[in-house]
Design a protein around this ligand. Structure first.
Ligand SMILES: [Zn+2]
Length: 258
């Protein structure tokens, strides 16, 4: 399904390489992060991370299972917008200009979710062998891409990092959301255009809603440009949007969305 051509706005290469290839491209790699601290130069040397402990591995496998279930449910929900509740429609309108009302918009998100799902299933089938823990205090998770010095193509690597703190402290659903976010970077080539934040307290109109931190935009490593305008194309290529839209479409209660 993922290989079918569509009018999706994504420009993903969808090609990932074995982690053993990292060293040859070391000077060019860039990172994508889940939380509020964009790429930090002095963290490059941490790229190998640490192997997961047994309790950490258990949590990652559980999170992968949850993220897979959510993504499958979300893909299914995209087939039938007439079944969306009022709250679902409202939240999707917050997340995407046009609210996924157009079939082409739903197809574009479905393409992203299909690639992400394929990646999540691969990670689970591989027994999470390419997932590492990292010691960052400021990040939830991290994935990696590099720029090929010859072709200037962006290359994604099959490796995911989750912070030790997340693996220890984050609730199950929040950890699953982090795994989903990072998998969307690696397998659907999403960017960090902005961060979506659920308004859990005192929402402006008393209803569930999302707000946006566009100052967290990470420039595209190839073009150097940021894509923080709130357009549909930028939304469907934004990891944070893909992450929470999956939860909304899967029917995760709004109060559980981190
Ligand atoms: Zn990210």
């Amino acid at each position: 399904m993922a290989s079918q051509g569509t009018s999706s706005p994504t420009t993903a290469q969808h090609a990932t390489k074995n982690p053993s290839d990292i060293s040859s491209l070391k000077p060019f790699y860039v990172e994508h992060v889940t939380e509020s601290h964009p790429f930090l130069e002095n963290e490059k040397e941490n790229k190998d991370g640490l192997p997961l402990s047994q309790p950490e591995h258990n949590r990652v496998m559980k999170a992968l299972g949850t993220a897979i279930t959510w993504t499958q449910k979300a893909i299914s929900a995209l087939k039938d917008p007439s079944g969306w509740s009022g709250e679902t429609k409202k939240l999707l309108s917050d997340l995407f200009p046009g609210g996924l009302q157009e079939p082409s918009q739903r197809q574009a998100l479905k393409t992203q979710l299909t690639y992400t799902l394929d990646g999540l299933q691969k990670l689970r089938d591989d027994n999470a062998s390419t997932v590492r823990s990292m010691s960052s205090e400021h990040r939830l998770g991290l994935s990696m891409s590099m720029i090929d010095p010859e072709t200037h193509d962006k290359i994604r690597f099959d490796r995911m990092y989750i912070s030790e703190k997340s693996l220890k402290d984050r609730p199950d659903d929040a950890l699953a959301a982090t795994v989903l976010h990072e998998a969307s970077h690696t397998y659907a080539d999403t960017s960090d255009n902005w961060k979506t934040r659920p308004n859990h307290s005192s929402p402006p109109d008393g209803k569930p809603s999302f707000s946006f931190d566009t100052h967290l935009s990470v420039p595209d490593p190839v073009s150097g440009k940021s894509h923080s305008d709130l357009t549909f194309t930028n939304a469907v290529n934004n990891a944070s949007t893909v992450e929470v839209a999956t939860e909304v479409l899967a029917g995760v209660p709004f109060n559980s969305i981190a």
